[in-house]
Design a protein around this ligand. Structure first.
Ligand SMILES: C[S@@+](CC[C@H](N)C(=O)[O-])C[C@H]1O[C@@H](n2cnc3c(N)ncnc32)[C@H](O)[C@@H]1O
Length: 235
């Protein structure tokens, strides 16, 4: 339900006057959508088989809050998003505009353990893995924060594509070979140094964290060929 203290004009003014990442297209009242990419399809595909009704939900790297808002629409409760600084302010403002009860907290996952926040039925982490300094630590914390019987949903960038695109010494065929194997590759762009995990590398690490193969589903991300989705059920 929208918060009627926000008028169409005040929402448009906020969007016009606020610098933001333009990463997520977030539906706001009056048919307004913030400028960004369609990230709802990744959410819909990855959550298609999950019942969110009455479930607690954590989104790590929540950006402008879209996944939290969509989880809420699917009936999730105690919805929490973690991100840094400016992103948290924008997501909190969007929540206010939407009349959403989702909460957003400034939380650098390289500095603070997620698991101190307790356990959640659904833990989501879309496209954060390659941004962090300590990806092994992040995966461990995400697994710990997932309640028994719950699900950990990941979307991540593999070594194909972006790695090959930005690392001049690696050609595309070799990058594809790497992505087909359990590889964790360091790549860099003008913005980030990141680790790019192949599907089998993430799968092996999830096994180490105690997830069984039969409880791990893998699918192609709608974002790009080199992005993948993994849904891990915790017994
Ligand atoms: C590529 S965006 C993905 C956003 C969103 N999860 C999605 O897929 O639509 C990565 C997000 O992770 C956040 N992020 C990067 N490093 C982080 C860190 N150390 N702690 C918390 N959030 C971080 C960024 O601010 C950004 O919102």
């Amino acid at each position: 339900m929208a918060n009627f203290q926000w008028t169409e004009q005040s929402i448009r003014d906020y969007l016009a006057n606020t610098e933001m990442a333009k990463y997520q297209a977030v539906p706001l009242p009056f048919g307004i959508v913030s400028e960004g990419k369609d990230r709802g399809t990744s959410f819909a595909m990855s959550m298609a088989g999950l019942d969110l009704e009455g479930k607690t939900f954590l989104d790590v790297g929540s950006n402008h809050g879209l996944m939290c808002f969509l989880a809420e629409e699917r009936g999730a409760k105690d919805v929490l998003g973690l991100d840094r600084g400016r992103y948290v302010q924008v997501a909190t403002t969007f929540a206010d505009m939407r009349g959403s009860a989702a909460k957003f907290v400034d939380w650098d996952v390289d500095e603070k353990p997620i698991s101190v926040l307790g356990q959640f039925d659904i833990v989501a982490c879309y496209n954060l893995l390659h941004h962090v300094l300590y990806p092994f630590y992040l995966l461990g914390e995400l697994a710990k924060a997932t309640a028994p019987g719950g699900f950990l949903v990941l979307e991540y960038a593999t070594p194909t594509g972006r790695y090959a695109k930005h690392e001049e010494t690696i050609d595309e065929p070799f990058a594809r070979q790497m992505a087909a194997r359990p590889t964790i590759a360091v790549g860099w762009t003008d913005k980030i140094d990141g680790t790019y995990w192949s599907q089998s590398a993430v799968t092996r690490f999830m096994r180490l964290l105690g997830f069984k193969d039969e409880n791990i589903d893998r699918m192609q991300s709608p974002m790009a060929d080199y992005r993948k989705i993994m849904i891990c059920h915790k017994e």
